[in-house]
Design a protein around this ligand. Structure first.
Ligand SMILES: Cc1ncc(COP(=O)(O)O)c(C=O)c1O
Length: 403
């Protein structure tokens, strides 16, 4: 909001922030994709004078792993109480200079997002439903008492980074090659102040990391550990927000999972210890033999996944009947035993759609009686990937061109 004496920047953002309401969602999506009509702040670019040599980058892109390597630049926008969002820029990737008293280091006032850039066969680079991530980022910001960032700045920062680092988007060898550039927008409380109150200084960054498939086994079904002791989220807490604290709190359970040779943790609700919520980093779906596709309904303890929302839409296209409702551990156990539940799968940006072969608890292993053929999970997975990589028509208008 404009204040007397605010710099031109603030005035410009005030007017820019009015503009989105003038566009229909479809027109805005088109405008953002085409980089026209919707004005966004100019990102000042300071190119790296030591970019990774082409041959080294190419060898990284051949086997990028996940979250290990980072591109040459990062996007940045600064926020202060007096100036609002300003200083939009792209600069060489590198360590941040943070005061040891920075609020994020003490009180964890921090949020982040996860989104991918995909290279299509014609060389162009696209991302998937970025306005959903931008919206979730604002929800997280509100919960963590951080300033909200507009779609234009969120998507603008990604575009500005990709304008420099598009060479870091791997080219898939074939349809089985799920490589992409994983983008990590995040916002931290950077004010040097040891007091528990919302920070007056905040920094937003986007970094990028070339990625192969998330689970080393690819689409191999995974075993999941059920955390009966540790809880991920409680009503009124931060479960629906994507903040670092949720993930820090899940690590003890993740250690237990690893000890049990499980790759993720399933969490039950904190109030009754009865209802299935989600995994530490993915949402869950249950396929019933009559064609129902059930996923826990959204509450303030569940993260609203972009993949979850997309699966609900694609499932309808596939003739399935999606249901968002509470589902208990008992229903999972009984449905798996009786054959009512034919598949369970997890979904998220990083690992797309991954079948779950068994749920391991302290005293039982819940497997699907018929073994589960993963047919629905595989079909939905292929449908989603074909869309993201431009191999099928984008009938829902979910893709935004970056480069
Ligand atoms: C806790 C949690 N649930 C669900 C998801 C899936 O969300 P999305 O599909 O937007 O990646 C994620 C990943 O971001 C997550 O961390």
């Amino acid at each position: 909001m404009e204040r007397p004496g605010a710099p031109d920047n603030a005035r410009r953002y005030f007017y820019v922030s009015l503009l989105p309401s003038l566009f229909t969602p479809a027109l805005r999506r088109w405008a953002l994709a085409e980089n026209t009509l919707v004005p966004s702040a100019t990102f000042q670019t300071q190119p790296s004078n030591l970019p990774t040599a082409d041959n080294i980058r190419d060898s990284i892109l051949e086997a990028p792993g996940f979250g290990i390597h980072f591109s040459d630049h990062m996007a940045h926008i600064r926020w202060t109480l007096d100036e609002g969002w300003h200083a939009h820029g792209v600069r060489p990737y590198g360590p941040l200079t943070l005061d040891p008293a920075a609020a994020v280091l003490h009180y964890g006032q921090e949020i982040f997002e996860g989104i991918k850039a995909y290279r299509h066969a014609d060389g162009s680079v696209w991302t998937f439903r970025p306005e959903k991530n931008a919206e979730r980022f604002r929800k997280s910001a509100r919960r963590l008492a951080l300033p909200e960032l507009s779609d234009e700045d969120f998507i603008g920062a990604i575009k500005a980074l990709l304008a420099q680092d598009h060479g870091w988007v791997p080219t898939p060898a074939d349809a089985a090659d799920e490589c992409s550039l994983y983008l990590r927008p995040f916002m931290i409380a950077s004010e040097a102040f040891l007091g528990v109150r919302p920070s007056h200084e905040v920094d937003f960054y986007v970094i990028a990391s070339p990625a192969a498939a998330y689970f080393k086994g690819g689409v191999e079904p995974v075993s999941i550990w059920l955390s009966s002791h540790y809880k991920r989220a409680a009503p009124g807490g931060t479960g629906f927000a994507k903040c670092g604290g949720n993930y820090a709190a899940s690590l003890a359970a993740q250690k237990q999972a690893e000890a049990q040779h499980c790759s993720q943790v399933a969490f039950l609700d904190a109030a009754e210890n009865r209802w299935i919520e989600e995994l530490g980093g993915m949402n869950l779906f249950f396929v019933f033999k009559d064609g129902r596709l059930v996923t826990p309904r959204l509450t303030d303890t569940i993260l609203e996944g972009v993949t979850r929302d997309s699966v609900l839409t694609l499932a309808k296209d596939e003739g399935l009947t999606p249901e968002e409702r509470s589902i208990s551990l008992d229903e999972w156990r009984e449905g798996a035993a009786s054959g009512e539940i034919t598949e369970v799968f997890a979904c998220g940006t990083a690992a797309v759609i991954t079948p779950v072969s068994e749920l391991v608890t302290e005293d039982e292993r819940i497997r699907l009686s018929a073994g589960g053929d993963n047919a629905v999970a595989k079909r939905l997975r292929t449908k989603l990937l074909d869309l993201q990589y431009g191999r099928s028509e984008d009938t829902h208008g979910w893709l935004t061109r970056l480069v």
